[in-house]
Design a protein around this ligand. Structure first.
Ligand SMILES: *Cc1c(COP(=O)(O)O)cnc(C)c1O
Length: 391
């Protein structure tokens, strides 16, 4: 039998973060003392009132199909959230609930991009963006940044990359994998260029709530009607409510794009899980005090990890302003990021993700969404490892 794989699928590789995570979990299952810095998810539990709303919905028999784009109650709660927190007016018909923020990104790209189109993606990037663009048949155009600019693209860089074929600019602030955050002025400058050139912005705002030291998250959609008209916001419940396994995300877009995504979704996944949507309503409309506790904890871990990593000879690290990752530069230690992470796991039993997965081979990604004890132990091991390389 010739199992011919389509060009579309054959060009993809499996997510390296998931591969590393699987290897670390396997080592753990074999009884090895592995410290995991690979996870891209909060280590906190979903708040109880959200679970309760979901359980109640299940018990009440809320287990059937819902409208493909989500229940009206949830789309309204999302519209209310945008109004209340971001000053943005969306009608529920402009909001589509999907099976995770990742699914929302995919839908947006499939709905707006095709062969011949270019999508501008700043690197280091969330590793799924370029693969999604390729799945749509379009071409990713990568804008390289380094720790010298805190991993932020400049307006000049963006302007120079735009061609008549540019369809979409992907903005992710706060960023996975670097934790960097664009300021209000920086976001506006990038947004202005997209408006001027007629380029759509896919703004992935999933880490909106995870910002530190009093910094502010700013949505590019808020600067003017023109910015709003050029922006598609992608968002979700995974990070701020620790609901990664629930598979719920959403997007907010100009009406024609929302309509296209509604059609795509109605023929592919249909609705996101019915009772999970009831939990999401409780997440948005219920108390938000868990965030204060989580942010305090993340802040403590980030400060500790940042200082400890920078104290290791050969490693340098810019501080994160958001999300829950640090992205230290390991290039002085003489290994590429893949070999570095493979040997680190083998010798010191610490799982981190090689920067190459995010388009930046001089770095590794450390997630501090894990206990302080793990962070202390894991970074001490990284220090040992760095010393062994320096010899
Ligand atoms: C986690 C994450 C998402 C969405 O994750 P889901 O689990 O699919 O909701 C989207 N973008 C970035 C950058 C992320 O890190």
């Amino acid at each position: 039998m010739n199992y011919k794989i389509s060009h579309r699928a054959a060009s993809l590789s499996s997510s390296l973060t998931l591969v590393i995570d699987a290897k670390a979990k396997q080592m753990k299952a074999e009884g090895q003392d592995v410290v995991g810095f690979g996870a891209g998810e909060p280590d906190f539990d979903t708040p109880q009132h959200i679970k309760d709303a979901c359980i109640k919905a299940l018990n009440e028999g809320f287990t059937k199909y819902t409208p493909a784009s989500g229940i009206p109650e949830l789309r309204q709660a999302i519209a209310d959230k945008f109004k209340r927190e971001n000053g943005l007016s969306y009608k529920p018909s402009q909001i589509i609930v999907s099976c995770g923020g990742k699914h929302s990104c995919y839908n947006v790209i499939i709905a707006t991009c095709e062969a011949g189109d270019e999508v501008i993606i700043p690197a280091p990037y969330w590793l799924s963006y370029p693969e999604m663009v390729k799945l749509a048949g379009a071409t990713p155009v990568i804008l390289q940044t380094t720790d010298k600019t805190e991993f932020k693209v400049t307006p000049a860089q963006l302007r120079a990359a735009i061609t008549p074929r540019t369809r979409l600019f992907v903005l992710n602030s706060p960023s996975n994998p670097t934790g960097s955050l664009y300021s209000r002025e920086e976001i506006k400058a990038l947004g202005d260029i997209c408006v001027e050139k007629g380029v759509l912005i896919m703004s992935d705002e999933i880490y909106e709530k995870l910002v530190y030291d009093g910094a502010e998250h700013v949505s590019v959609a808020g600067f003017s009607q023109a910015h709003y008209d050029h922006t598609i916001i992608v968002h979700g419940f995974a990070k701020a409510y620790s609901m990664t396994g629930w598979r719920l995300g959403y997007m907010a877009a100009p009406e024609p794009i929302a309509k296209a995504v509604d059609a795509i979704q109605s023929h592919s996944t249909s609705n996101p899980t019915s009772f999970a949507q009831k939990g999401a309503v409780a997440a948005l409309n219920g108390p938000q005090d868990h965030l204060k506790t989580w942010l305090a904890e993340y802040t403590k871990r980030r400060s500790f990890a940042y200082q400890r990593l920078n104290a290791i000879p050969g490693i340098s690290c810019v501080n994160a302003k958001g999300a829950f990752y640090l992205f230290p530069n390991i290039s002085k230690l003489g290994l590429n990021s893949t070999d570095f992470c493979a040997k680190l796991l083998e010798q010191e039993k610490v799982a981190a993700v090689p920067g190459i997965a995010f388009g930046a081979d001089d770095y590794i990604r450390i997630s501090y969404a894990t206990s302080m004890a793990n962070i202390e132990k894991g970074i001490a091991r990284i220090e040992n490892f760095a010393k062994s390389l320096a010899k």
